[in-house]
Design a protein around this ligand. Structure first.
Ligand code: SF4
Length: 473
């Protein structure tokens, strides 16, 4: 319950015949809602005619049955849930982005952030491009459509465009006749595909969304790979595979992804159990019970319990019927919402020495509030354990870890943080343990160790494009 935001979720369907593709995307987006709650959208391709609906809000609110039923049947559709990591929370920034260009139409849904978005946008504006949104996804759409002017096919245009993009992009694009899935050569963000019993191809950010629509998982899209789905079937283009070192975001496993997803062959649930075990080995505690902060701390708490032999308990209950805690900005809002969202189970924690597991500490205010809740419920001791190393650096690849000055571990020692949040002891997962969560070295852990897999931008403000606009006025 770190208060960090996931990036976005993408979903795409290609059916041989005209079907209720919007319905499939709707359920797929529902399963990806944890990846973004600011806005969502669906674009249906009805025999070359694109029909869309996008708005701010959760999937269930933006697509009530009467609205969903206005979307036509079609052979393809793409969908998106968004938490804006670049660009503000406005309707103009809702995705999928749709573009009419000289050679047809394009709809595009993006998960991730380009680390060279500002430079690309400057370059495009100097050559006359006019942007309608402030999200860097529109930059990708521009580059693809420009390349399409000379490229013999949409897939060739996407391939050429991808040579100019740096950073994180898991993309689903739809033309009049093709659905394209593309994952950046580092593989920062997940992307996978599957097939339904009716033979429809389904592309999704996480495998949990394939399950939700009854599709059989086939495999992950490989870093650098482009899959093209058309009436002729599926074709894999691997020109960029292996061109860069794999750098899968380790925080997907620790916090962002759903535990029932499998990313690049590794179960998210299993990796969290491992994190809990490694944490118990690195920072044991003399305690009576292990509890986790719901939801992302629960699996690691179970792992800690299994490793330490300390019984696992349900010590905190999350109110499932409110939105995610940190949708609104502002510190005071945050404190109120934690109180509304979590409540302690007094009979579990009263008089006990409690090990409390969470996935991260960002500013410390949320942890402080949770520790206080448990003290008020009668916990005798609280030993906080974090299933990730301390955050020390910003992320440029599609999350909102964006400001070193707000990361508490940058200014305080572990002992000091324990005192600030009111815990008796505090321990973090050691950095060296991260690779063991997934069993390989192909990970990005830059927010923990500062080792960035790409050149990093100089201006990383989420609203940098809005700021630029106002500076120009
Ligand atoms: Fe993930 Fe951190 Fe790398 Fe960002 S910097 S991609 S959050 S591991």
């Amino acid at each position: 319950m770190s208060g960090l935001h996931e990036e976005c979720g993408v979903f795409g369907v290609f059916c041989p015949g005209a079907e209720d593709v919007a319905g499939l995307v709707y359920y797929g987006l529902y399963a990806l809602q944890h990846r973004g709650q600011e806005s969502c959208g669906i674009v249906v391709n009805d025999d070359g005619v694109f029909v869309s609906h996008k708005d701010l809000g959760l999937v269930g609110d933006v697509f009530p049955p009467e609205r969903l039923s206005t979307l036509p049947h079609g052979s393809m559709a793409v969908g998106h849930v968004r938490y804006g990591t670049t660009g503000g929370s406005t309707r103009a920034n809702c995705q999928p982005i749709e573009v009419n260009h000289q050679k047809g139409k394009l709809a595009l849904a993006h998960n991730g952030n380009l680390s060279n978005a500002a430079a690309l946008r400057d370059e495009l504006e100097l050559t006359g491009a006019i942007f309608h949104s402030t999200s860097d996804t529109e930059t990708i759409a521009y580059i693809v459509t420009r390349e399409r002017l000379t490229a013999p096919s949409i897939e060739e245009a996407v391939k050429r465009a991808s040579r100019r993009l740096e950073g994180a992009y898991s993309l689903v694009l739809m033309s009049s006749t093709k659905l394209i899935a593309l994952r950046d050569p580092h593989g920062f963000r997940p992307l996978c595909y599957g097939v339904t019993g009716d033979g429809a191809y389904v592309v999704a950010s996480e495998s949990c969304a394939l399950q939700a629509v009854g599709a059989q998982f086939v495999r992950d899209v490989e870093p650098g790979e482009m899959l093209v789905f058309s009436k002729e079937g599926m074709v894999s283009h691997r020109d960029h595979c292996g061109s860069k070192g794999r750098s899968a975001c380790i925080f997907e496993y620790i916090y962002f992804a759903r535990p029932d997803s499998v990313i690049d062959g590794v179960s998210v649930h299993d990796s969290r159990i491992r994190a809990g075990r490694l944490l118990a080995a690195a920072h044991p505690a003399d305690a009576d019970i292990v509890i986790g902060v719901p939801d992302s701390g629960l699996d690691a708490a179970l792992g800690f319990s299994l490793q330490s032999g300390i019984p696992y308990g349900i010590g905190l209950i999350k109110n499932k019927y409110i939105g995610r805690t940190f949708i609104s900005p502002g510190q005071s809002n945050r404190l109120d919402k934690v109180k509304i969202k979590l409540s302690p189970v007094e009979s579990v924690v009263r008089g006990k020495r409690v090990v409390l597991i969470d996935d991260s500490i960002v500013r410390g205010t949320t942890s402080q509030r949770i520790v206080r809740l448990l003290r008020e419920a009668g916990a005798k001791e609280i030993h906080m354990r974090i299933s990730a190393p301390p955050f020390l650096h910003p992320c440029y690849y599609g999350t909102d870890i964006d400001s070193e000055e707000h990361l508490i571990a940058n200014h305080h020692t572990t002992q000091e943080i324990a005192a600030i949040i009111g815990a008796d002891t505090l321990g973090y997962l050691p950095r060296e343990a991260l690779r063991e969560l997934v069993g390989h070295d192909g990970i990005c852990a830059a927010c923990f160790d500062g080792s960035y897999p790409t050149p990093i931008p100089t201006d990383t403000r989420k609203d940098r494009f809005e700021q630029k606009l106002s500076e120009k006025r």
